[in-house]
Write a protein that binds this ligand. Structure first.
Ligand code: DHB
Ligand code: MG
Length: 228
């Protein structure tokens, strides 16, 4: 009998094969990211495909990503956009942004993707101050401790119907431990608390297993105000 992780990886490999997940540019993105020494924490290929499916499902034309890393999820989200769609992605580390920029260009999305380098909270505040039009989809996948700030600011860059996705909300189940001292878990729990207690938001969270272990995503839709 395989252990759980072997089984999850085996099934993910099957899904990747039968659903034609991944392509040469995405593979090259992982190779280049590894060679540049980036941590191996990008979303799994089948989850990247899910992001592309969700972007198409909400007919996103404008996407905000918080946390670029090597651009793996960025490319997948960009592939869910129409050709004239656009994506703004926020990355704190300039060297990491350089790796992502090359990966995104290789994948053919350089003209659609705008990488903003700097602390995400500052960049988000700047986007709000500049009156940036609302995004159709927001993907949060950066510093977990700042998730509540990312949500607060993402809501200022949203409209009714905006889909806000947050990665890593399960963390091997630690999210459900109210006594967890891990500050990342605290950030996720505060995020979920904020999303769940906000009357203008409708949220769900799903637990996932696969090649990247046991984790999950939350999905939040900004609601129409009452009476509209
Ligand atoms: C970590 C962060 C991620 O965004 C992820 O998908 C997996 C792990 C981390 O910080 O450990
Ligand atoms: Mg993540």
């Amino acid at each position: 009998m395989p252990n759980d992780q072997q089984l999850w990886s085996h099934v993910d490999a099957y899904f990747e094969s039968v659903l034609n997940v991944g392509d040469p540019a995405l593979d090259a993105t992982l190779t280049a990211s590894r060679e540049a020494g980036l941590p191996d924490i990008a979303v799994a290929p089948n989850q990247a495909r899910l992001l592309q499916v969700l972007a198409q499902a909400v007919q996103a034309r404008s996407i905000l990503e918080i946390g670029t890393l090597g651009g793996y999820s960025t490319i997948s989200l960009a592939r869910g956009l129409p050709r004239n769609g656009s994506l703004v992605t926020l990355e704190v580390n300039p060297a990491t942004a350089d790796v992502a920029r090359e990966n995104i260009a290789r994948a053919g999305h350089a003209d659609q993707v705008d990488i903003r380098v700097g602390p995400a909270v500052e960049t988000l505040e700047r986007l709000v101050d500049a009156g940036h039009p609302p995004f159709d989809l927001v993907f949060i996948d950066a510093n977990k401790q700042q998730n509540p700030d990312y949500l607060r600011l993402a809501l200022q860059l949203s409209r009714p119907g905006t889909l806000i996705i947050c990665d890593n909300v399960v963390r091997n189940g630690r999210v459900a431990d109210a006594d967890a001292t891990d500050s990342d878990v605290a950030g996720v729990r505060q995020y979920l608390n904020d999303a769940g207690s906000h009357s203008g938001l409708l949220s769900a969270a799903i637990q996932t297993v696969g090649s990247k272990g046991y984790d999950g995503l939350s999905l939040t839709i900004v609601q129409n105000p009452p009476g509209e």
